[in-house]
Design a protein. Structure first.
Length: 260
């Protein structure tokens, strides 16, 4: 295990311990926007993570949900979601976690996603496969969309433009009608991890925030998940409309997504 991954794991485990101890306590909700909330737990978790990352790599950039970007003009950038699933946490739903990824320029080097309630720790290094609690993971092989479960992840940016919002609603309706089940869990990083381990069969991400998917997308890719943009091309840095799953499901669905 390289030092980058060791630090990511240490940060996620310590922040996860804090979140697990805080879960179930009364939370004061702050509205960042009409559709996005924040909690003190977000801030405290982020402080734990950033203290560990910047303590080990003070020269690196950091992009974190609460702080924003710390730009040290480095080729290395950490993407941190200190509480993936804030709404779930606030509502007392035990489906939340921590997402940490390290990118070198546009390449994701390593990533971790941790659900402290279930104890599920997903991790990956580029080119070395993905694991859940130390055991290798692999995605679903279901090819029939009527037997498949899909997760739909919608970023906060979809609410800022009326036309984009209307498109997102049409896309969500189309997916609901096309698959056995459509999930919208409010915890996208954990959904990527579920995809990687075969718990769900496909994931569509529509303008999701970068801190929500870089770790999970690497874990999925290293597990064997195909990741494309809506045009059917291989995913690359900066793509905001993403479809991920096995190639058979993607090939059937992708042409219908191009209109969105």
């Amino acid at each position: 295990m390289n030092r980058y991954l060791e630090v990511a794991k240490e940060a996620a485990l310590k922040a996860g311990e804090f979140l697990k101890n805080e879960f179930g306590k009364k939370q004061t909700v702050t509205f960042k926007s009409a559709h996005d909330i924040g909690l003190e737990a977000d801030v405290k978790s982020e402080e734990i993570i950033l203290r560990i990352i910047t303590g080990n790599f003070p020269e690196h950039n950091v992009y974190s949900e609460e702080t924003g970007k710390i730009n040290n003009r480095s080729e290395f950038t950490w993407f941190v979601d200190p509480l993936d699933g804030t709404n779930n946490f606030a509502a007392g739903i035990p489906y939340f976690g921590i997402s940490i990824a390290l990118l070198k320029n546009e390449e994701t080097l390593c990533g971790v996603v941790y659900n402290p309630v279930s104890g599920q720790f997903f991790e990956a290094e580029s080119g070395k496969g993905a694991s859940l609690n130390g055991a290798a993971i692999f995605p679903s092989k279901i090819e029939d969309r009527k037997k498949a479960v899909i997760s739909f992840v919608k970023g906060h940016a979809t609410y800022d433009d009326k036309k984009i919002f209307e498109k997102s609603l049409k896309l969500e309706e189309f997916l609901s009608q096309s698959f056995r089940r459509k999930l919208s869990t409010w915890a996208p990083a954990l959904d990527w991890a579920l995809l990687a381990s075969g718990g769900i069969d496909l994931l569509v991400s529509y303008l999701s925030e970068p801190e929500d998917f870089y770790a999970g997308a690497l874990i999925a890719k290293e597990a064997g998940v195909a990741i494309k943009n809506f045009s059917g091309e291989d995913f690359k840095f900066g793509n905001a409309k993403i479809i991920a799953g096995n190639n058979a499901l993607i090939e059937k669905l992708q042409p219908e997504l191009s209109v969105f």
